[in-house]
Design a protein around this ligand. Structure first.
Ligand code: SF4
Ligand code: SF4
Length: 382
């Protein structure tokens, strides 16, 4: 029987504070289209007596970890963390969702979930002659991440960012083929054992390399390094200052080191990635970069900042394709961008970029709206 001990589970996660107001479910974007219902899930745990049965609870895999539930809860209950813990209990019993088995196995073997060889990780940068960290004595480690390293669309963002940072004279180096997956999605998919092993491995590597300052392309990598590593004993030594690249660019713009000599004459609306906005409160820096670009007109969608609609790329859902057919949230989001009158939908996350771009194609809206990362917009205005 696939059960969790309900009372202990509820106590450890503060679920007894829940007043069943339903604000979590009311805001949950997946509750509109799947059986996922965070309020009801908590209720069933609380009334389940000695054991809560996880068998057949397929909706647990529908959570995108967007954090809307927690951000709306008046009692600071975190349904998302409860869902992740339930996923963990399922995975611990060896019941790994078939769709994610390959991604997890590849992360273990190849250091990325994309089934790509480790030896190809730095291919994206082969023409760029970047410093190797720490041999080049660089100030910052530029942590690229799996999607910008291997995905052709993500690679364009990484290269654009290199050119923007280079124009501002930032001193950075990369790990090349020695870079390993950050394990963010491993944690979201409930594989706690593999997550712990990877935190230990990465923390040891960063400590040995003497990494003091680093930045990432993806908000998911940024979040896991900043918020999750040190919670584990094996990650306690992780001490680097971690930033998302939008924070670095905003600082460089403010200090006058990043200058836009060109312009970008477009109406741009910005989609707040969940792991940058709701998870980490970074709303102003991406907007500051965009507002500093000559010619760019920034338009807000109705749902922006804390209320931003998730694109459905988080929580391991990039690897759960097919579990939940129907209209993806990214399609709703693209429709909102079209309704705003923008011609460019900007974001700052490789997962958002891929899901939103796919949605634009699905809606046959390529002639009306283009999806670009902030790094790409900045590069066009150099
Ligand atoms: S994290 Fe987002 S998708 Fe998951 S339960 Fe909360 S609101 Fe719903
Ligand atoms: S918003 Fe918070 S208090 Fe209200 S039902 Fe959800 S978890 Fe319970």
């Amino acid at each position: 029987m696939l059960q969790i001990e309900s009372r202990q589970f509820a106590v450890e996660r503060g679920l007894f504070a829940c007043i069943q107001c339903g604000k979590c479910t009311g805001g949950c974007p997946m509750a509109m289209k799947t059986r996922l219902n965070p309020r009801d899930l908590i209720y069933r745990v609380l009334v389940s007596g000695n054991g809560f049965n996880l068998e057949g609870r397929e909706e647990l895999w529908d959570c995108t970890t967007c954090l809307t539930c927690y951000s709306r809860c008046p009692k600071q209950v975190n349904p998302m963390e409860a869902i992740l813990a339930m996923r963990g209990a399922i995975v611990e019993k060896g019941k790994i969702h078939p769709n994610v088995k390959t991604a997890l196995e590849s992360t273990f073997r190849n250091g990325n979930p994309l089934k790509m060889p480790r030896s190809d990780r730095a291919e994206w940068a082969k023409e760029l002659q970047l410093k190797a960290f720490p041999d080049g004595g660089a100030e910052y480690l530029f942590y690229i991440g799996c999607t910008p390293s291997y995905d052709p669309r993500g690679q364009k963002v990484a290269r654009a960012l290199v050119r923007v940072l280079g124009s501002a004279g930032l001193d950075f180096g990369i790990l090349g083929n020695d870079e390993n997956c950050c394990a963010s999605e491993v944690r979201r998919l409930g594989e706690a054992g593999l997550f712990e092993a990877m935190v230990e491995e990465n923390t040891a590597a960063f400590t040995e390399l003497g990494v003091e300052k680093m930045f990432t392309v993806s908000p998911h990598c940024f979040n896991v390094f900043k918020n999750d590593y040190q919670k584990l004993e094996v990650g306690a030594k992780f001490s680097a200052q971690v930033q998302h690249y939008t924070q670095v660019l905003a600082d460089l713009t403010r200090d006058g080191r990043l200058k836009f000599n060109g312009s970008f004459e477009q109406k741009v609306t910005y989609h707040d990635p969940c792991y940058l906005g709701r998870h980490n409160g970074i709303f102003d820096e991406p907007r500051a970069i965009l507002q500093g670009i000559p010619g760019l007109e920034l338009i807000e969608m109705d749902r922006s900042r804390e209320k931003s609609l998730c694109c459905e790329g988080g929580g391991g859902r990039m690897f759960l394709e097919g579990t939940n057919p129907g209209t993806r949230l990214a399609q709703q989001r693209v429709q909102e961008a079209l309704d705003s009158g923008a011609t460019i939908l900007a974001t700052a996350c490789p997962f958002c970029l891929l899901t939103l771009e796919e949605a634009v194609k699905h809606l046959n809206a390529e002639e009306k709206l283009r999806v670009l990362d902030i790094a790409e917009i900045a590069e066009r205005a150099l």
